[in-house]
Design a protein around this ligand. Structure first.
Ligand SMILES: [Zn+2]
Length: 306
């Protein structure tokens, strides 16, 4: 039997096998390196994305906080009208009686200050703060940083920022559309300056409602405004006001005549009125009167009934 020679195939294919193995090894190494490279890149991308999201979240949180601060005044305004928020309000009963015009013996006073804000408004606000008394400011349109700061202080310190038209121009009563536009101009301005989404919608006609006319009165009420005149005058509306003692007595005596008093003052313009305010507040607080800021849904004295 002829002895078989060793298979030529093994010897013959050995270089191919080595080459094939080497190429395979290189390919495997390349594949591993590629995989490692891709994994590293993906990790870096993921981390970068996560960092962006975290930064974005921080920015969003900061923006949200800013928005919250800006809107806090609006929320305060909304809460005022929220029955749940009034549950712990010690004045809720008085306010409820004002809303239903059930006011016999209620002893409430609304201090109102017309025609500001001026550079003296800060003094009036400081004084009211001393006694923890809230008032109502029937402002006209004043620009300048000082006036703008005062619109904001009025709102921030819990007083009512009310509307007394932009221009205080009596001639506008002859053209109701111009008159409404003048009221709206101040409304928009007050919202812009204070950040309020809605103003108090408490209104006083320049010179009082008798100085206006029924068309304007009906129109303004139709647009959601509640207008108030006054039933107690401090007597400071004239060019040469009386001394502070007389003004104080005017207000105190006037308030004794009413269950609900709306006191007309120009304290931001008249030094005598500012000087009279401590006596007025101390005397009437001692006598059990409650000072309140005006709200849209109370009933107020009106010279012109519609
Ligand atoms: Zn006025």
């Amino acid at each position: 039997m002829q002895k078989q020679s060793p298979p030529k195939l093994r010897i013959k294919n050995l270089p191919r096998f080595i080459v094939f193995s080497a190429i395979s090894l290189i390919l495997i190494i390349l594949a591993i390196m590629t995989l490692f490279f891709l994994t590293t890149k993906l990790t870096e991308t993921f981390n970068a994305q996560r960092q962006i999201l975290q930064t974005s979240s921080t920015v969003n949180t900061a923006e949200t906080n800013t928005t919250k601060a800006t809107n806090s005044k609006n929320i305060k305004e909304t809460l005022k009208k929220n029955p749940a928020a009034q549950a712990n309000d010690p004045l809720a009963d008085i306010k409820s009686r004002l809303r239903t015009d059930d006011t016999e013996g209620i002893k409430v006073i609304f201090l109102t200050f017309d025609d500001g804000p001026t550079e003296r408004t800060g003094e009036v606000l400081d004084l009211l703060n001393t006694y923890n008394v809230k008032g109502t400011f029937f402002t006209t349109l004043h620009d300048g940083e000082s006036a703008k700061a005062m619109y904001n202080r009025i709102v921030d310190e819990g007083h009512t920022l009310a509307n007394h038209t932009s221009s205080h121009d009596y001639s506008l009563y002859n053209n109701p559309d111009d008159f409404y536009a003048d009221v709206d101009k101040l409304d928009q301005y007050q919202m812009k300056i204070t950040g309020l989404e809605q103003t108090s919608h408490v209104f006083r006609f320049p010179g009082g409602s008798l100085n206006a006319n029924e068309t304007c009165a009906l129109g303004i009420v139709d647009q959601g405004w509640n207008y108030s005149d006054w039933n107690v005058s401090s007597g400071d509306g004239c060019a040469d006001p009386p001394p502070s003692e007389v003004i104080a007595q005017n207000v105190i005596n006037g308030c004794h005549d009413h269950d609900v008093s709306v006191v007309l003052c120009h304290a931001e313009l008249k030094e005598q009125t500012r000087a009279a305010l401590p006596t007025v507040i101390e005397t009437l607080q001692d006598e059990g009167y409650t000072f309140l800021p005006m709200e849209n849904d109370y009933t107020y004295p009106r010279q012109l009934q519609i």
